[in-house]
Design a protein around this ligand. Structure first.
Ligand SMILES: Nc1ncnc2c1ncn2[C@@H]1O[C@H](COP(=O)(O)OP(=O)(O)OP(=O)(O)O)[C@@H](O)[C@H]1O
Ligand SMILES: [Mg+2]
Length: 263
């Protein structure tokens, strides 16, 4: 099931993506598009292949032994498999945030600068400016401005997740991939991240995998529903969030909604 997004700038798209682990097909026939300025939600039951799909968008999939990806993934119209493309540059252009915040065992300031400094030369003044602007962008500056030299691990989980977001933003990604970024957070930190995503989407296209259907419905512009069909993960439904949630048609999606509402 595939709908071309009319009259929009497509930032990321997949065409007939298929993923196998050894002889087993995990995902097939995945075609989707992410436009500039939008949040695409990816939802569906556990084990359907959402995380595996996300990892194909920046070739993190290559780190899984035995995993084979066929089909096309394009970033700004160019294949991410083009031989001239440096995978480190790709992963800077397509940043990723995980379920559990992954802070590095250095101080808060060094965490923000970690990726950016590897990609471009920054003077002391530029570093200071980057640290402050990115921490402000994720609404963390006021909370940490007096302890930038303290270990990042001392922050709360919600603060750590915002710090990880600041670190990702510091490398200026065009696309942000997020794999259940709020599932380890309390409601207040979850709202903080959701507000940030809405504020950020004009500058970065966002692909958000979530089990939180309220979140998918409220903050995604469009959703793609990945479910198992004949034992293989497929997009069973996709479109504008309101339309997909108001009139679910695929039986697998209706089952999933039924199970999720009973939880
Ligand atoms: N490295 C691997 N080796 C073998 N099978 C794998 C591997 N990675 C993923 N799989 C399988 O691929 C399928 C999809 O897994 P994936 O983690 O992508 O699902 P998911 O939709 O993200 O699930 P959840 O909602 O629980 O996070 C599962 O059946 C999983 O066991
Ligand atoms: Mg997952």
């Amino acid at each position: 099931m595939f709908e071309n997004i009319p009259c929009k700038n497509i930032v990321l798209e997949t065409l007939n993506l298929e993923v196998q682990v050894r002889e087993r097909t995990i995902l097939q026939n995945i075609s989707l598009q992410v436009a500039s300025g939008e949040i695409l939600g990816i939802i569906g039951p556990s084990g359907a292949g959402k995380s595996t799909l996300l990892r194909c968008f920046n070739r993190l999939s290559e780190l899984t032994p035995g995993l084979r990806v066929r089909g096309e993934v394009r970033l700004m119209g160019s294949s991410i498999y083009a031989p001239e493309l440096d995978v480190n540059v790709l992963r800077a252009r397509v940043g990723m945030l995980f379920q559990e915040p992954v802070v590095f065992p250095v101080d808060i300031r060094e965490n923000v600068l970690f990726g950016a400094r590897r990609l471009r030369k920054l003077s002391k003044g530029e570093q200071d400016e980057l640290v402050e602007s990115k921490l402000r962008e994720v609404a963390l500056w006021e909370e940490v401005r007096d302890r930038l030299k303290q270990p990042a691990a001392k922050l709360s989980v919600g603060q750590q997740q915002r710090l990880c977001l600041a670190r990702t933003l510091a490398v200026r990604p065009e696309v942000l991939l997020m794999d259940e970024p709020t599932s380890a957070l309390d409601p207040r930190s979850t709202s903080a991240i959701e507000e940030l995503l809405l504020e950020m989407k004009s500058r970065h296209s966002i692909v958000l995998v979530t089990h939180n259907l309220r979140q998918a419905r409220q903050i995604s512009d469009r959703v793609a529903v990945v479910c198992l069909r004949n034992g293989v993960g497929q997009i069973v439904e996709q479109g504008e969030s309101a339309a997909v949630f108001n009139a679910p048609s695929a039986p697998e999606f209706r089952d999933y909604l039924g199970q999720a509402s009973g939880m």
